[in-house]
Ligand binder design. Structure first.
Ligand SMILES: Cc1cc2nc3c(=O)[nH]c(=O)nc-3n(C[C@H](O)[C@H](O)[C@H](O)COP(=O)(O)OP(=O)(O)OC[C@H]3O[C@@H](n4cnc5c(N)ncnc54)[C@H](O)[C@@H]3O)c2cc1C
Length: 377
């Protein structure tokens, strides 16, 4: 079977999955009930989606990243949270483990991740530490054969349903700049989680997490002492590609919604889409989505060639997240009161979209990355 055949089959399964699990009514129900997306992982695993990009040895089909980005886009077209939870499992669970995990860690965690039974949350951000991620203050100090962790992490997505927290800690005994990563079991004593109320992304709950004398066995250290930052960010290129692809899916959904509305809504005796100002606005919205999609495709193509183009990843993240905000902003204007109603998907897209230009590395920091790679100035 060719790669194109594989892609076709996977995308057909994704469409069937969306029709079954992500109908508009079900997506609205989940958003209103703030239902996390974890239960969707088992059916995703059953259709082979979680293993797909990995080698045959672990049950995968080596599906190229360009195909996975289409999967992410399609899932998010129906429901952003579905693309997001898959991204979390791949980029913050499986990939860091495959790159840096010990055989014992892989044996303990990979089967559950591949089967959709397990989630690992990324615990990087702290109350005083956002963009400057290397400044984390959470400390890990050696005690006996293991470690004791103290500190606070905040805005940690999906932590409540996670079995482990991929946690970046300062290890000051090894030098003031030393950062080490741990896979902290969420049932360890000394961990306290509270949910954070927020504007959108209701199906991706966020947590504030206190770590108070949390004992962690050395077996749960990911990568060498002092190599934590690299371990935590090792899958960054994939998570940026996935984030950009999911934003494209959401933006396409919002653009289509506004287009359909402009065909159906009549004022002054004609469809509002016939007013040139609205027609051209819709054209601009679809154009922005396509520009972002092409950027994601180029990033995925380069990843499939074995490259790690950090500047293209940053460009794709910026382009997709800003295209999405352009589309939902104008989508809301075109739909006006109908879009502002809680019954409309547009208000959800508009609320959810606001996060992505600063979440997972703000767009200002992405521009800094691009400037550094391109040596500007
Ligand atoms: C809903 C939600 C989910 C999240 N999920 C997770 C998660 O799962 N795991 C996790 O670890 N974190 C998570 N985060 C945290 C997220 O990654 C941070 O919000 C993000 O990195 C920005 O950090 P900050 O909010 O502290 O802003 P700050 O870093 O305080 O930045 C404030 C402003 O200053 C700008 N700025 C900062 N430094 C520079 C600079 N050098 N040059 C120019 N401008 C600059 C920023 O771009 C931003 O506009 C989540 C946040 C939210 C809201």
């Amino acid at each position: 079977m060719t790669t194109a055949d594989d892609e076709q089959l996977v995308l057909q399964s994704v469409d069937a999955f969306c029709e079954r699990h992500l109908t508009p009514a079900e997506v609205q129900r989940r958003d209103e009930a703030h239902t996390p997306a974890n239960d969707l992982l088992v059916p995703m695993a059953e259709m082979g989606l979680i293993r797909a990009p990995f080698p045959e040895a672990v049950g995968g089909i080596d599906l190229p990243w360009s195909s996975m980005c289409k999967v992410q886009e399609r899932l998010s077209y129906s429901a952003y949270f579905a693309g997001s939870i898959l991204n979390r499992v791949l980029s913050f669970g499986i990939m860091p483990l495959m790159a840096h995990g010990t055989e014992a860690q892989k044996d303990a965690l990979l089967p559950g991740l591949f089967d959709g039974q397990r989630v690992i949350a990324l615990a990087l951000t702290e109350p005083d530490v956002g963009s400057d991620a290397r400044a984390v203050k959470t400390r890990a100090v050696r005690k006996g054969d293991g470690w004791v962790l103290n500190g606070r992490k905040t805005w940690i997505s999906d932590a409540g349903g996670a079995s482990h927290l991929l946690t970046l800690c300062r290890t000051p005994e090894e030098g003031e700049r030393s950062l080490t990563a741990f896979l902290v079991p969420t049932d360890a004593p000394g961990i306290a989680m509270t949910t954070l109320p927020k504007v959108g992304n209701n199906c991706m709950p966020s947590y504030d997490i206190g770590l108070d004398d949390v004992p962690v066995a050395d077996e749960w250290r990911l990568a060498d002492v002092g190599k934590g930052f690299a371990a935590v960010t090792s899958a960054l290129i994939y998570s940026r590609a996935s984030q950009a692809a999911t934003n494209v899916g959401l933006a396409q959904s919002a653009a289509d919604l506004a287009t359909q509305y402009a065909r159906e809504r009549h004022q002054f005796g004609r469809a509002i889409g016939e007013f040139q100002v609205i027609k051209h606005r819709l054209v601009d919205m679809h154009t922005e989505v396509m520009k972002a999609r092409l950027m994601v495709r180029e990033l995925a193509r380069r990843i499939d060639m074995g490259e790690e183009p950090l500047e293209i990843a940053a460009m794709a993240k910026i382009t997709a997240t800003e295209a999405l905000q352009f589309v939902v902003n104008h989508g809301m204007q075109i739909m006006a009161s109908a879009g502002y109603s809680m019954d409309s998907a547009m208000q959800r897209h508009w609320r959810d979209a606001r996060l992505f230009t600063f979440g997972e590395g703000s767009n200002e920091i992405q521009r800094e990355i691009i400037a550094k790679v391109l040596r500007i100035p």
